[in-house]
Design a protein around this ligand. Structure first.
Ligand code: ADP
Length: 483
C-alpha cells in the first residue's frame, strides 16, 4: 500500500472536513506498473455528494464577494504548495498513473503554472466602465461568479487537468465540487491535503467527492445549485452531460476527445519533426488527447522519415516509471492495452506494414506496450478513425497540400493538430484550413497556462488557459446607471 504524508486520509473532503462514506464503502486504486492495489479510497453516496453541493453553496458570496486580493492569495498559496511538494505529489501521481517519475513531477510544475497565471492576471476580472455612454447611461460590466461548479477530471493528467479548472474557478470566486477519475484519486487527495494545510479558503470552497461516476454525475447534473460543469474526458460522456443538463440550461465547459493529425511535408526538417513527434506521441504513454493520432507524411520522404522514427523508437526504454530512467510506463489498464492491441492487429490485417515494435502475438501479458510504428495506414483502419490512446504511431502517405488538409479534417474531432514545413506561407494556409483549436507549426508542443486551449467540433466547448480560460467561470453582468 502507498504511504505518504499527503495521504493520511483517503476520504472525500466536504465543507472543510475529511468525510468518509457513511457505510464505509471504498474502491481499489491500482499501480498499473505492478498490477497491485495501492490504496482503497472512499466512495461517496448520493447524500454525500448533495452535502458537498450544499457546502459549496454556503461558501458562495454574491453580495459581499471575495476580493481580488483574497482570491489571488488562494491561487498563490496553492501554486507555492504544489511547487514545494512537487517531488511527493509527482511520486503519488507516478504510482497511480504509471507515467515516468520525472514526467509526473513535471506535470506538477505544469499544474502550478495555471495557478500562477491566474494569480497574475486576475485583475482582468475586475469590473470596468465602458467608455461610451449609450442610452444616456454609464455602463459598468461586472464579472460575477457563476456559482458552484462541478469539476470532473480524467486520469491522464491527474494534477494538470484539475489545475486548469480549479485555478479559473477560484479566480472567479466559484466554490467547486470536484470529482477525480477513479483510476487516479490519490493525486487529487494529495492536492486537497495541501489546500487543507496551506490555504485559508473558507469551508466549502473546495469539495472532493470520489467514487461512482453515475451517482456523482447525476447529482451534479440535476442539482439547480450547480449552474456549471467543467468536464474533461470522452466525447461519449460529454454528450451525455449535454443531454442531462439541457433541461436546466447549465453552462458547460467540455474538453473532449481528439484525433490529432501530425503533418510532415517534404520540405520539413525531418530530424526536428521526428524528435517532436516522439516527444508529443509518447508523453503519458500516448494517452493524451493532444498526442498525434494520424501521422501524414509526404510520400517523397515517407521512407526516410519512417527510418528516423524507427531509430528513435528502438532506443526507447519501457518499464516501471518509479525506477528512474524509463521513457515509457505501462498503459492505465487492461481495456486501454486491449484497445491499442486491437488497433495494431486491425491495421496489420488491412495491409499496414510494421516499421518498429512488436507483432500483436509477441506482446506480453502485462500493461507495458512497446512503442510501435506502422506505415501505409488508410482511413478504413480503426487507428485512423478512433483515438488509439497508446504508443502506436500510424503513418499515412499524402501528395498534395489540399489533400492533406482534407484528410486532417476527416474526423469529427478538432482538438490538436501539427504541421511541419519550411514554408511559412504554406504553414499559415494549413493552420487556417485545419479545424482544430491548436495547430503547432514546427513544434509538437501542447497546451500551456498562458494560452487558450480547447476543441472545435466534437472536441468540446470553451477554453482553458490564457485570458479566455480565466473568463470561463464568470458571468458578465451589465449595470447601466441612469442617474
Ligand atoms: P476516460 O476515457 O478518460 O476514462 P471518461 O469520459 O470515461 O474518460 O471519464 C472522464 C471522467 O468523467 C472520469 O472522472 C469519469 O469517472 C467521469 N465520468 C464518467 N461517466 C460520467 C458521467 N456519466 N457523469 C459524470 N462523470 C462521468
Amino acid at each position: 500500500m502507498i504511504e505518504s504524508p499527503l495521504l493520511e486520509k483517503l476520504t472525500g473532503y466536504i465543507g472543510g472536513r475529511w468525510t468518509d462514506n457513511a457505510h464505509g464503502n471504498t474502491f481499489d486504486v491500482y499501480n498499473p506498473a505492478t498490477g497491485k492495489v495501492i490504496a482503497q479510497a472512499a466512495s461517496m453516496t448520493e447524500d454525500e455528494v448533495k452535502a458537498a453541493v450544499a457546502a459549496g453553496k454556503s461558501a458562495l458570496r454574491l453580495t459581499t464577494p471575495y476580493s481580488i486580493e483574497t482570491r489571488r492569495k488562494w491561487l498563490e498559496d496553492i501554486r507555492d504548495a504544489l511547487k514545494a511538494n512537487k517531488e511527493e505529489v509527482g511520486r503519488i501521481l507516478c504510482m497511480e498513473h504509471g507515467k515516468p517519475l520525472q514526467e509526473a513531477q513535471g506535470e506538477v510544475d505544469y499544474a502550478a503554472g495555471f495557478f500562477d497565471y491566474c494569480s497574475k492576471h486576475i485583475q482582468a476580472l475586475d469590473a470596468h466602465t465602458i467608455p461610451e455612454k449609450p442610452k444616456d447611461c454609464t455602463w459598468t460590466v461586472h464579472y460575477r461568479p457563476i456559482g458552484v461548479a462541478g469539476l470532473i477530471t480524467p486520469w491522464n493528467f491527474p494534477i494538470g487537468m484539475i489545475a486548469k479548472k480549479l485555478s479559473a474557478a477560484l479566480a472567479a470566486g466559484c466554490p467547486s465540487v470536484i470529482k477525480p477519475a477513479s483510476e487516479t484519486p490519490l493525486t487529487m487527495i494529495a492536492l486537497f491535503s495541501l489546500m487543507d494545510k496551506h490555504t485559508d479558503m473558507p469551508d466549502g470552497m473546495v469539495n472532493l467527492v470520489m467514487g461512482k461516476a453515475s451517482v456523482i454525475g447525476k447529482v451534479l447534473c440535476e442539482s439547480p445549485d450547480v449552474p456549471m460543469l467543467s468536464f474533461t474526458g470522452s466525447t461519449e460522456v460529454g454528450r451525455k452531460l449535454i443531454l442531462d443538463t439541457a433541461e436546466q440550461v447549465k453552462k458547460l465547459a467540455l474538453e473532449l476527445g481528439g484525433n490529432a493529425p501530425f503533418i510532415v511535408f517534404d520540405d520539413a526538417d525531418l530530424d526536428a519533426a521526428a524528435d517532436n513527434l516522439i516527444a508529443n506521441k509518447f508523453r503519458g504513454g500516448g494517452q493524451t488527447c493532444v498526442c498525434a493520432n494520424r501521422i501524414f507524411v509526404h510520400e517523397k520522404v515517407a521512407d526516410v522519415f519512417g527510418q528516423k522514427l524507427a531509430e528513435r523508437v528502438n532506443r526507447m526504454t519501457v518499464g516501471d516509471g518509479i525506477n528512474g530512467d524509463v521513457d515509457l510506463g505501462p498503459l492505465i489498464n487492461q481495456a486501454g492495452f486491449d484497445k491499442v492491441k486491437r488497433h495494431l492487429e486491425d491495421a496489420l490485417e488491412k495491409g499496414a506494414g510494421l516499421v518498429a515494435g512488436k507483432k500483436p502475438e509477441d506482446l506480453g501479458d502485462n500493461l507495458f506496450f512497446p512503442p510501435t510504428v506502422i506505415t501505409d495506414v488508410d482511413r478504413d483502419m480503426c487507428c485512423y478513425r478512433e483515438e488509439t490512446f497508446g504508443p502506436l504511431v500510424p503513418m499515412a502517405l499524402f501528395r498534395t497540400e489540399e489533400e492533406v488538409i482534407d484528410a486532417g479534417n476527416d474526423t469529427e474531432f478538432g482538438l490538436a493538430s501539427y504541421v511541419f514545413t519550411g514554408d511559412a506561407a504554406r504553414a499559415q494556409r494549413v493552420a487556417a484550413g485545419l479545424r482544430f483549436g491548436h495547430c503547432g507549426w514546427n513544434t509538437g508542443t501542447g497546451p500551456t497556462p498562458e494560452a487558450p486551449f480547447g476543441g472545435m467540433k466534437a472536441s468540446g466547448i470553451g477554453r482553458e488557459g490564457g485570458l479566455e480560460g480565466l473568463f470561463e467561470f464568470v458571468e458578465a453582468q451589465t449595470v447601466p446607471r441612469g442617474f
